[in-house]
Design a protein around this ligand. Structure first.
Ligand code: PMP
Length: 461
Protein backbone atom coordinates (compact mmCIF):
# COMPACT_ATOMS: atom_id res chain seq x y z
CA UNK A 1 0.00 0.00 0.00
CA UNK A 2 1.19 3.53 -0.82
CA UNK A 3 1.18 5.02 2.68
CA UNK A 4 1.90 8.55 1.45
CA UNK A 5 -1.18 8.42 -0.75
CA UNK A 6 -3.20 6.98 2.14
CA UNK A 7 -2.27 9.80 4.52
CA UNK A 8 -3.61 12.30 1.99
CA UNK A 9 -6.78 10.38 1.26
CA UNK A 10 -9.51 11.12 3.84
CA UNK A 11 -11.79 8.31 2.71
CA UNK A 12 -8.90 5.84 2.74
CA UNK A 13 -8.05 6.92 6.29
CA UNK A 14 -11.64 6.43 7.43
CA UNK A 15 -11.64 2.95 5.92
CA UNK A 16 -8.22 2.05 7.39
CA UNK A 17 -9.48 3.20 10.78
CA UNK A 18 -12.75 1.29 10.40
CA UNK A 19 -10.82 -1.85 9.46
CA UNK A 20 -7.91 -1.73 11.91
CA UNK A 21 -8.21 0.71 14.81
CA UNK A 22 -9.66 -0.51 18.11
CA UNK A 23 -10.90 2.72 19.71
CA UNK A 24 -10.87 3.30 23.45
CA UNK A 25 -14.19 2.95 25.27
CA UNK A 26 -16.12 2.53 22.01
CA UNK A 27 -18.89 0.13 21.06
CA UNK A 28 -17.80 -0.54 17.47
CA UNK A 29 -20.99 -2.14 16.13
CA UNK A 30 -22.29 1.08 14.51
CA UNK A 31 -19.09 1.20 12.41
CA UNK A 32 -20.34 -1.99 10.73
CA UNK A 33 -23.58 -0.26 9.86
CA UNK A 34 -22.48 2.85 8.06
CA UNK A 35 -21.47 5.10 10.97
CA UNK A 36 -17.99 6.41 10.24
CA UNK A 37 -15.26 6.47 12.88
CA UNK A 38 -14.57 9.98 14.13
CA UNK A 39 -11.12 11.23 13.16
CA UNK A 40 -9.79 14.54 14.39
CA UNK A 41 -7.12 16.09 12.20
CA UNK A 42 -6.35 19.56 13.48
CA UNK A 43 -6.73 21.79 16.52
CA UNK A 44 -6.21 25.43 17.45
CA UNK A 45 -7.13 26.96 20.79
CA UNK A 46 -10.43 25.38 21.81
CA UNK A 47 -11.36 24.28 18.31
CA UNK A 48 -10.79 21.04 16.43
CA UNK A 49 -11.54 20.02 12.87
CA UNK A 50 -12.48 16.49 11.87
CA UNK A 51 -11.49 14.63 8.73
CA UNK A 52 -14.68 15.74 7.00
CA UNK A 53 -13.73 19.37 7.56
CA UNK A 54 -16.33 20.03 10.25
CA UNK A 55 -15.34 22.51 12.97
CA UNK A 56 -16.08 21.69 16.60
CA UNK A 57 -15.62 23.61 19.84
CA UNK A 58 -14.19 21.19 22.36
CA UNK A 59 -15.51 21.55 25.90
CA UNK A 60 -13.68 18.46 27.17
CA UNK A 61 -10.04 19.25 26.27
CA UNK A 62 -9.30 16.40 23.91
CA UNK A 63 -12.20 14.20 25.01
CA UNK A 64 -10.59 13.23 28.28
CA UNK A 65 -9.78 16.60 29.98
CA UNK A 66 -6.16 16.73 29.00
CA UNK A 67 -5.29 19.65 26.73
CA UNK A 68 -5.31 22.28 29.50
CA UNK A 69 -3.43 24.93 27.50
CA UNK A 70 -5.37 24.35 24.27
CA UNK A 71 -4.38 23.06 20.84
CA UNK A 72 -1.68 24.24 18.46
CA UNK A 73 0.97 25.48 20.90
CA UNK A 74 4.04 25.78 18.68
CA UNK A 75 6.13 26.74 21.68
CA UNK A 76 5.65 23.31 23.24
CA UNK A 77 6.21 21.50 19.95
CA UNK A 78 9.45 23.41 19.39
CA UNK A 79 10.75 22.73 22.91
CA UNK A 80 10.01 19.01 22.50
CA UNK A 81 11.64 18.92 19.04
CA UNK A 82 14.77 20.72 20.27
CA UNK A 83 15.06 18.44 23.28
CA UNK A 84 14.56 15.24 21.27
CA UNK A 85 17.22 16.30 18.79
CA UNK A 86 19.69 16.91 21.60
CA UNK A 87 18.92 14.03 23.97
CA UNK A 88 15.80 11.96 23.39
CA UNK A 89 15.97 9.34 26.06
CA UNK A 90 17.93 7.89 28.86
CA UNK A 91 16.14 5.63 31.30
CA UNK A 92 16.88 3.61 34.39
CA UNK A 93 18.96 5.17 37.14
CA UNK A 94 20.13 8.33 35.28
CA UNK A 95 18.44 11.71 35.31
CA UNK A 96 18.00 14.29 32.51
CA UNK A 97 18.12 18.09 32.36
CA UNK A 98 14.40 18.56 31.56
CA UNK A 99 13.52 16.00 34.26
CA UNK A 100 15.41 17.92 36.93
CA UNK A 101 14.19 21.32 35.69
CA UNK A 102 10.56 20.28 35.62
CA UNK A 103 10.82 18.63 39.06
CA UNK A 104 12.11 21.90 40.51
CA UNK A 105 9.29 23.89 38.87
CA UNK A 106 6.69 21.46 40.11
CA UNK A 107 7.94 21.27 43.67
CA UNK A 108 8.00 25.09 43.80
CA UNK A 109 4.21 24.91 43.36
CA UNK A 110 3.68 22.11 45.87
CA UNK A 111 4.83 23.25 49.32
CA UNK A 112 5.44 20.31 51.63
CA UNK A 113 6.21 17.88 48.79
CA UNK A 114 9.72 17.07 47.67
CA UNK A 115 10.25 14.20 45.23
CA UNK A 116 9.04 13.56 41.68
CA UNK A 117 8.88 10.05 40.21
CA UNK A 118 8.28 9.98 36.44
CA UNK A 119 5.99 7.59 34.59
CA UNK A 120 3.68 7.73 31.57
CA UNK A 121 0.01 7.48 32.43
CA UNK A 122 -2.30 8.27 35.30
CA UNK A 123 -2.79 4.58 36.00
CA UNK A 124 0.92 4.02 36.16
CA UNK A 125 1.51 6.97 38.50
CA UNK A 126 -1.20 5.64 40.84
CA UNK A 127 0.28 2.17 40.69
CA UNK A 128 3.62 3.69 41.77
CA UNK A 129 1.87 5.29 44.73
CA UNK A 130 0.30 1.95 45.69
CA UNK A 131 3.64 0.17 45.36
CA UNK A 132 5.36 2.75 47.58
CA UNK A 133 2.73 2.19 50.27
CA UNK A 134 3.07 -1.59 50.01
CA UNK A 135 6.86 -1.44 50.18
CA UNK A 136 6.79 0.85 53.21
CA UNK A 137 4.46 -1.67 54.81
CA UNK A 138 6.83 -4.57 54.11
CA UNK A 139 9.96 -2.66 55.03
CA UNK A 140 8.73 -0.97 58.20
CA UNK A 141 5.54 -2.72 59.38
CA UNK A 142 6.20 -6.39 58.71
CA UNK A 143 3.81 -6.30 55.73
CA UNK A 144 0.87 -5.55 58.00
CA UNK A 145 0.03 -2.00 56.87
CA UNK A 146 -0.72 -2.92 53.25
CA UNK A 147 -4.40 -2.18 52.76
CA UNK A 148 -5.33 0.78 50.60
CA UNK A 149 -8.64 2.58 51.00
CA UNK A 150 -10.43 4.11 48.02
CA UNK A 151 -13.83 5.72 47.61
CA UNK A 152 -16.98 4.71 45.74
CA UNK A 153 -17.31 6.61 42.45
CA UNK A 154 -13.59 7.52 42.30
CA UNK A 155 -11.46 6.19 39.44
CA UNK A 156 -7.71 5.70 39.55
CA UNK A 157 -6.91 4.00 36.29
CA UNK A 158 -7.31 1.13 33.97
CA UNK A 159 -4.88 -1.60 35.05
CA UNK A 160 -6.28 -4.49 37.08
CA UNK A 161 -4.77 -3.07 40.27
CA UNK A 162 -6.06 0.42 39.55
CA UNK A 163 -9.49 -1.06 38.87
CA UNK A 164 -9.17 -2.82 42.23
CA UNK A 165 -8.91 0.68 43.67
CA UNK A 166 -11.73 1.91 41.47
CA UNK A 167 -15.15 2.77 42.80
CA UNK A 168 -17.09 2.65 39.53
CA UNK A 169 -18.64 -0.79 39.25
CA UNK A 170 -19.52 -0.31 35.59
CA UNK A 171 -15.85 0.02 34.69
CA UNK A 172 -14.76 -2.93 36.80
CA UNK A 173 -17.36 -5.53 35.86
CA UNK A 174 -15.87 -8.43 33.90
CA UNK A 175 -12.23 -7.73 34.79
CA UNK A 176 -11.95 -9.64 38.05
CA UNK A 177 -10.41 -11.30 39.92
CA UNK A 178 -9.00 -8.12 41.38
CA UNK A 179 -5.85 -7.34 43.33
CA UNK A 180 -6.49 -7.99 47.03
CA UNK A 181 -6.06 -5.43 49.79
CA UNK A 182 -8.20 -2.59 48.42
CA UNK A 183 -11.17 -1.52 50.56
CA UNK A 184 -13.83 1.04 49.65
CA UNK A 185 -15.31 3.88 51.67
CA UNK A 186 -18.65 5.51 50.73
CA UNK A 187 -18.95 8.33 48.18
CA UNK A 188 -19.53 11.92 49.31
CA UNK A 189 -22.07 13.22 46.81
CA UNK A 190 -24.41 15.26 48.97
CA UNK A 191 -27.04 15.46 46.21
CA UNK A 192 -27.35 11.70 46.57
CA UNK A 193 -26.90 11.63 50.31
CA UNK A 194 -26.93 8.03 51.55
CA UNK A 195 -28.83 8.83 54.76
CA UNK A 196 -30.80 11.88 53.61
CA UNK A 197 -28.70 14.29 55.69
CA UNK A 198 -27.25 17.47 54.25
CA UNK A 199 -24.91 20.35 55.13
CA UNK A 200 -22.70 19.85 58.17
CA UNK A 201 -24.57 16.69 59.12
CA UNK A 202 -23.72 15.16 55.74
CA UNK A 203 -20.05 16.05 56.11
CA UNK A 204 -20.01 14.47 59.57
CA UNK A 205 -21.80 11.35 58.30
CA UNK A 206 -19.38 11.02 55.35
CA UNK A 207 -16.37 11.27 57.66
CA UNK A 208 -17.87 8.87 60.15
CA UNK A 209 -18.40 6.40 57.31
CA UNK A 210 -14.67 6.54 56.54
CA UNK A 211 -13.74 6.21 60.20
CA UNK A 212 -16.07 3.21 60.55
CA UNK A 213 -14.19 1.47 57.74
CA UNK A 214 -10.84 2.30 59.35
CA UNK A 215 -12.00 0.89 62.69
CA UNK A 216 -13.54 -2.19 61.09
CA UNK A 217 -10.39 -3.01 59.11
CA UNK A 218 -7.96 -1.90 61.84
CA UNK A 219 -5.87 1.25 61.38
CA UNK A 220 -2.65 -0.72 61.74
CA UNK A 221 -3.56 -2.67 58.57
CA UNK A 222 -4.13 0.42 56.41
CA UNK A 223 -1.26 2.07 54.53
CA UNK A 224 -3.01 4.81 52.60
CA UNK A 225 -6.25 6.45 51.63
CA UNK A 226 -6.41 7.32 47.92
CA UNK A 227 -8.94 9.95 46.82
CA UNK A 228 -9.63 12.30 43.93
CA UNK A 229 -9.85 15.91 45.16
CA UNK A 230 -13.03 16.31 43.12
CA UNK A 231 -14.31 13.04 41.72
CA UNK A 232 -14.12 13.44 37.96
CA UNK A 233 -15.58 10.67 35.79
CA UNK A 234 -17.74 9.50 38.68
CA UNK A 235 -19.91 12.62 38.32
CA UNK A 236 -17.95 15.81 39.17
CA UNK A 237 -18.43 15.27 42.89
CA UNK A 238 -17.31 18.34 44.83
CA UNK A 239 -16.97 17.16 48.43
CA UNK A 240 -19.14 18.81 51.08
CA UNK A 241 -17.70 21.73 53.08
CA UNK A 242 -15.31 20.56 55.78
CA UNK A 243 -14.85 17.11 54.27
CA UNK A 244 -11.19 17.51 53.39
CA UNK A 245 -10.25 18.90 56.83
CA UNK A 246 -11.88 15.84 58.31
CA UNK A 247 -10.10 13.47 55.93
CA UNK A 248 -6.76 15.02 56.82
CA UNK A 249 -7.53 14.68 60.53
CA UNK A 250 -8.48 11.00 60.12
CA UNK A 251 -5.25 10.26 58.25
CA UNK A 252 -3.22 11.95 60.99
CA UNK A 253 -5.15 10.27 63.80
CA UNK A 254 -4.72 6.78 62.37
CA UNK A 255 -1.28 7.21 60.78
CA UNK A 256 -2.53 6.62 57.24
CA UNK A 257 -0.79 8.19 54.23
CA UNK A 258 -2.97 10.51 52.18
CA UNK A 259 -2.62 9.83 48.45
CA UNK A 260 -4.43 12.39 46.29
CA UNK A 261 -5.09 11.53 42.65
CA UNK A 262 -4.69 14.77 40.68
CA UNK A 263 -4.69 13.05 37.30
CA UNK A 264 -7.63 15.22 36.21
CA UNK A 265 -7.56 18.17 38.63
CA UNK A 266 -3.82 18.82 38.46
CA UNK A 267 -2.26 21.73 36.55
CA UNK A 268 -4.97 24.32 36.91
CA UNK A 269 -8.17 22.49 36.10
CA UNK A 270 -9.97 23.77 39.23
CA UNK A 271 -8.28 27.20 39.37
CA UNK A 272 -5.32 26.31 41.59
CA UNK A 273 -2.25 24.38 40.51
CA UNK A 274 -3.70 21.31 42.19
CA UNK A 275 -7.21 20.43 43.27
CA UNK A 276 -6.16 19.67 46.85
CA UNK A 277 -4.97 23.27 47.19
CA UNK A 278 -8.63 24.35 47.00
CA UNK A 279 -9.20 22.58 50.28
CA UNK A 280 -6.02 23.40 52.23
CA UNK A 281 -4.95 19.78 52.71
CA UNK A 282 -1.41 18.46 52.84
CA UNK A 283 -1.06 15.11 51.07
CA UNK A 284 1.82 12.63 51.36
CA UNK A 285 1.54 11.31 47.80
CA UNK A 286 0.17 13.17 44.78
CA UNK A 287 -0.29 11.62 41.34
CA UNK A 288 -0.86 13.60 38.14
CA UNK A 289 -0.95 13.02 34.40
CA UNK A 290 -3.32 14.61 31.90
CA UNK A 291 -2.63 18.33 32.25
CA UNK A 292 1.06 17.87 33.10
CA UNK A 293 2.00 18.29 29.45
CA UNK A 294 -1.53 18.95 28.15
CA UNK A 295 -1.30 15.87 25.92
CA UNK A 296 1.66 17.20 23.89
CA UNK A 297 3.69 14.29 25.29
CA UNK A 298 2.92 11.30 27.52
CA UNK A 299 4.07 12.01 31.06
CA UNK A 300 2.80 11.34 34.55
CA UNK A 301 4.31 11.89 37.97
CA UNK A 302 4.01 10.43 41.43
CA UNK A 303 5.13 13.16 43.84
CA UNK A 304 5.89 12.46 47.50
CA UNK A 305 7.07 14.11 50.67
CA UNK A 306 10.63 13.57 51.91
CA UNK A 307 9.09 11.65 54.80
CA UNK A 308 7.87 9.04 52.30
CA UNK A 309 11.06 9.15 50.21
CA UNK A 310 13.43 8.79 53.16
CA UNK A 311 11.83 5.49 54.09
CA UNK A 312 13.38 4.01 50.95
CA UNK A 313 16.93 5.14 51.75
CA UNK A 314 18.70 2.38 53.55
CA UNK A 315 22.21 1.22 52.68
CA UNK A 316 22.07 -1.70 55.08
CA UNK A 317 19.29 -3.38 53.12
CA UNK A 318 19.92 -4.19 49.49
CA UNK A 319 16.19 -4.56 48.82
CA UNK A 320 15.50 -1.24 50.49
CA UNK A 321 15.25 1.15 47.58
CA UNK A 322 12.13 1.53 45.46
CA UNK A 323 12.59 -1.39 43.05
CA UNK A 324 10.39 0.05 40.38
CA UNK A 325 11.06 1.34 36.90
CA UNK A 326 9.16 2.81 34.01
CA UNK A 327 11.12 2.57 30.75
CA UNK A 328 9.58 5.64 29.22
CA UNK A 329 9.99 7.59 32.45
CA UNK A 330 13.35 8.30 30.80
CA UNK A 331 11.87 9.96 27.71
CA UNK A 332 12.68 13.67 27.71
CA UNK A 333 9.72 14.71 25.54
CA UNK A 334 7.45 14.59 28.62
CA UNK A 335 9.31 16.97 30.93
CA UNK A 336 10.33 19.21 28.00
CA UNK A 337 6.65 19.66 27.13
CA UNK A 338 5.68 19.95 30.80
CA UNK A 339 8.11 22.83 31.38
CA UNK A 340 6.58 24.91 28.57
CA UNK A 341 3.10 23.90 29.65
CA UNK A 342 3.71 25.28 33.14
CA UNK A 343 5.27 28.48 31.75
CA UNK A 344 2.17 29.00 29.59
CA UNK A 345 -0.21 28.46 32.51
CA UNK A 346 1.75 30.96 34.56
CA UNK A 347 2.44 33.61 31.90
CA UNK A 348 -1.11 33.63 30.51
CA UNK A 349 -2.76 33.71 33.94
CA UNK A 350 -4.65 30.48 33.25
CA UNK A 351 -5.25 29.67 36.92
CA UNK A 352 -7.07 32.98 37.29
CA UNK A 353 -8.91 32.39 34.01
CA UNK A 354 -9.97 28.94 35.17
CA UNK A 355 -11.40 30.50 38.34
CA UNK A 356 -13.23 33.44 36.72
CA UNK A 357 -14.41 31.55 33.64
CA UNK A 358 -15.38 28.65 35.87
CA UNK A 359 -17.75 31.01 37.68
CA UNK A 360 -19.18 32.08 34.33
CA UNK A 361 -19.64 28.46 33.24
CA UNK A 362 -21.39 27.59 36.49
CA UNK A 363 -23.61 30.70 36.22
CA UNK A 364 -24.60 29.61 32.70
CA UNK A 365 -25.39 26.10 33.93
CA UNK A 366 -27.43 27.49 36.82
CA UNK A 367 -29.36 29.63 34.33
CA UNK A 368 -30.06 26.44 32.34
CA UNK A 369 -31.20 24.81 35.57
CA UNK A 370 -33.75 27.62 36.04
CA UNK A 371 -35.03 26.99 32.55
CA UNK A 372 -34.96 23.19 32.37
CA UNK A 373 -36.50 21.15 35.17
CA UNK A 374 -34.39 18.23 33.95
CA UNK A 375 -31.24 19.64 35.54
CA UNK A 376 -31.21 18.51 39.17
CA UNK A 377 -27.78 19.65 40.32
CA UNK A 378 -24.82 21.71 39.10
CA UNK A 379 -21.37 21.01 40.56
CA UNK A 380 -17.68 21.70 40.09
CA UNK A 381 -14.83 24.16 40.57
CA UNK A 382 -12.93 26.23 38.05
CA UNK A 383 -13.30 25.10 34.46
CA UNK A 384 -14.51 21.74 35.62
CA UNK A 385 -18.27 21.42 35.91
CA UNK A 386 -21.09 18.92 35.78
CA UNK A 387 -24.87 19.17 35.34
CA UNK A 388 -26.79 16.17 36.63
CA UNK A 389 -29.92 15.30 34.66
CA UNK A 390 -32.99 13.86 36.37
CA UNK A 391 -36.50 12.94 35.25
CA UNK A 392 -37.97 14.52 38.34
CA UNK A 393 -36.39 16.85 40.87
CA UNK A 394 -38.21 15.37 43.85
CA UNK A 395 -37.50 11.70 43.21
CA UNK A 396 -34.11 12.50 41.56
CA UNK A 397 -34.73 9.62 39.19
CA UNK A 398 -31.85 9.83 36.73
CA UNK A 399 -32.51 10.30 33.03
CA UNK A 400 -31.56 7.17 31.15
CA UNK A 401 -28.43 6.43 29.22
CA UNK A 402 -30.05 6.89 25.81
CA UNK A 403 -31.27 10.36 26.70
CA UNK A 404 -27.82 11.42 27.87
CA UNK A 405 -26.34 10.03 24.65
CA UNK A 406 -28.97 11.88 22.59
CA UNK A 407 -28.08 15.20 24.26
CA UNK A 408 -24.35 14.63 23.74
CA UNK A 409 -25.08 13.63 20.11
CA UNK A 410 -27.23 16.70 19.50
CA UNK A 411 -24.43 18.95 20.77
CA UNK A 412 -22.01 17.12 18.49
CA UNK A 413 -24.26 17.86 15.49
CA UNK A 414 -24.14 21.51 16.51
CA UNK A 415 -20.32 21.33 16.49
CA UNK A 416 -19.94 21.30 20.28
CA UNK A 417 -18.17 18.40 21.97
CA UNK A 418 -19.34 17.78 25.54
CA UNK A 419 -18.82 14.82 27.87
CA UNK A 420 -21.00 12.64 30.08
CA UNK A 421 -20.33 10.29 32.98
CA UNK A 422 -19.78 6.61 32.36
CA UNK A 423 -23.07 5.16 31.58
CA UNK A 424 -24.52 2.29 33.42
CA UNK A 425 -24.92 2.82 37.13
CA UNK A 426 -28.30 4.24 38.15
CA UNK A 427 -27.91 7.59 39.83
CA UNK A 428 -24.49 8.21 38.44
CA UNK A 429 -24.84 7.77 34.71
CA UNK A 430 -26.50 11.03 34.04
CA UNK A 431 -24.16 13.99 34.42
CA UNK A 432 -23.07 16.21 31.54
CA UNK A 433 -19.39 17.13 31.88
CA UNK A 434 -17.49 20.26 30.94
CA UNK A 435 -13.74 20.73 31.16
CA UNK A 436 -12.65 23.08 28.37
CA UNK A 437 -9.08 24.26 27.93
CA UNK A 438 -8.15 26.85 30.55
CA UNK A 439 -7.99 29.55 27.84
CA UNK A 440 -11.80 29.48 27.40
CA UNK A 441 -13.51 32.88 27.06
CA UNK A 442 -17.05 33.96 27.95
CA UNK A 443 -18.00 33.70 24.27
CA UNK A 444 -16.70 30.12 24.09
CA UNK A 445 -18.62 29.13 27.20
CA UNK A 446 -21.82 30.85 26.03
CA UNK A 447 -21.50 29.00 22.73
CA UNK A 448 -21.14 25.68 24.61
CA UNK A 449 -24.04 26.20 27.02
CA UNK A 450 -26.30 27.58 24.24
CA UNK A 451 -25.77 24.29 22.41
CA UNK A 452 -26.63 22.35 25.57
CA UNK A 453 -29.75 24.49 26.03
CA UNK A 454 -30.94 23.66 22.50
CA UNK A 455 -30.02 19.99 22.86
CA UNK A 456 -31.99 19.60 26.11
CA UNK A 457 -35.00 21.34 24.58
CA UNK A 458 -34.91 19.12 21.52
CA UNK A 459 -34.36 15.86 23.41
CA UNK A 460 -36.39 16.36 26.58
CA UNK A 461 -38.70 19.26 25.68
N1 PMP B 1 -7.11 8.92 37.76
C1 PMP B 1 -8.14 9.66 37.34
C2 PMP B 1 -8.84 10.54 38.33
C3 PMP B 1 -8.57 9.61 36.01
O1 PMP B 1 -9.63 10.31 35.60
C4 PMP B 1 -7.84 8.79 35.10
C5 PMP B 1 -8.19 8.74 33.62
N2 PMP B 1 -9.36 9.24 33.21
C6 PMP B 1 -6.78 8.03 35.59
C7 PMP B 1 -6.43 8.12 36.91
C8 PMP B 1 -6.02 7.09 34.70
O2 PMP B 1 -5.22 7.79 33.82
P1 PMP B 1 -4.67 7.08 32.50
O3 PMP B 1 -5.82 6.86 31.59
O4 PMP B 1 -3.67 8.09 31.98
O5 PMP B 1 -4.00 5.83 32.91
Amino acid sequence: MDLHALTNDPEGIVEADRAHVWHHLLQHKPHDHGVDPRIIVEGKGLKVWDIKGKEHIDSVSGGVWTVNVGYGRERIARAVGDQLTKMCFFGGTAGTIPGATFSQMLIDKMPGLDRVYFANSGSEANEKGFKMVRQISHKHHGGKKSKILYRERDYHGTTITCLSAGGQEERNAQYGPYTPGFVSVPHCLEYRSQDGSNGEAYTAASLKAIEDVILREGADTIGSLCLEPITAGGGIITPPVGYWDGVQALCKKYNILLHIDEVVCGLGRTGTWFGYQQFGVQPDIVTMAKGVASGYAAISCCVTTNAVFEQFKDDTDKLGYFRDISTFGGCTAGPAAAIENMHIIQEEGLLENSTTMGEHLKANLHALMEKHRWIGDVRGKGLFAGAELVMDRDSKEPVDEKTVAAIVGDCMKQGVIIGATNRSLPGFNNTLLFAPALIATKDDLDHITDAVDQAITRVLG
